[in-house]
Design a protein around this ligand. Sequence first.
Ligand code: HEC
Ligand code: HEC
Length: 333
Amino acid sequence: MNGENSYKLLPAGVRLLAACMAVFVFSSPVQAGDGAILKYKNEPITPIPLHSGEDPDIVSLGRDLFHDPRLSTDDTVSCAFCHPIEQGGMDGLIVSVGVEGRQGPINTPTVLNSGLHFVQFWDGRSPTLEAQIDGPTHSPLEMASNWPEIVQKLNADDEYKERFAKLYPEKGIHPDTIRSAIATYERYLLTPNSPFDRFLRGEDDALSQEAKQGYVLFKGFGCSSCHQGVAVGGNMYEKLGVFRDYFKDRGNITKADWGRYNVTGVEEHKFEFKVPSLRNIELTAPYFHDGAAKTLQAAVKTMAKYQLGRSIKDHEVELIVAFLKSLTGEIKP
Ligand code: HEC
Ligand code: HEC
């Protein structure tokens, strides 16, 4: 286990009290990073900035590349094929499907707000969005292409040539500039203004009573010891199965289940994953790296049992789900 978790070792009563105080002791308004006023400071979750500040021409180039199937070997699969933006930035499948219908080993995470994560992929094997792009473009189960092939295809397109020459005069169409444009587009894909963020900024009636109660439970149970920060996740690794053996109960362990161990080879990193962001979580079923939970209710119950060693009542699950649904923000057109 990494840092931050001493919180969840506190007795339940103390945790609940701390959580209640955090919600009900209001502090004076402060300036959020982007200039907006933040009413609730000292919360484990902070609002997504309203503006990301990327160059609009590079964003637009990155958007076109992201939606361009020529990045795959047979011109059939774009990034958006597996990460459809309007549907929440992921495909809704248990595991991804790439060129020629080839099935991948793991569930597709959303690209929305991926720029807020400390590393990319479930196992964190890419340190940046730029580095991440070599994964799907080269994976035989995804786009099965390579840089010479991609650069050649894009070079045959006069419009791309012109745009790259203007925005990247030194390199033109090059793996570095393709990576840069796509990553810039991804950093632009923030989803601000969720009801929960509006609540944090002081709009008390942006959240239903249920969602407010759900948030108190989310903190009281200790969910926020792992899912926290601006992305409500995406800032640490944790084992799936802290209190009980998830994988023994599920059976059929695959290499993908080893998580962080596949990157470091360190035995104690087995079954550790990047704690996923819970932003827009209502849009991105099925859940977990193995796509095993079909509903948010099922995911919350699994978390209570395996991550916190607690039983949770059905009405508490519903309240937490109401809170989780308040994390759905605005998807940029
Ligand atoms: C065939 C489906 C497929 C295609 C095509 C695809 N992805 Fe993905 N993407 C996935 C899967 C599956 C993962 C998770 C893989 C893992 O963690 O091992 C992923 C992970 C990611 C992540 C990390 C998100 C996170 O939370 O860690 C980003 C960013 C991303 N993809 C962007 C892209 C970009 C950019 C492209 C196009 C160059 C692309 N993807 C093409 C399926 C796909
Ligand atoms: C000890 C850290 C930890 C705690 C505590 C924790 N989680 Fe998680 N959570 C994780 C990790 C790690 C994953 C990814 C597991 C995987 O898919 O392998 C995850 C996944 C999830 C997912 C699915 C995300 C997705 O994109 O598939 C949801 C929903 C979720 N957690 C909600 C909660 C709730 C609600 C609580 C409190 C009841 C909670 N979590 C407590 C670490 C934690």
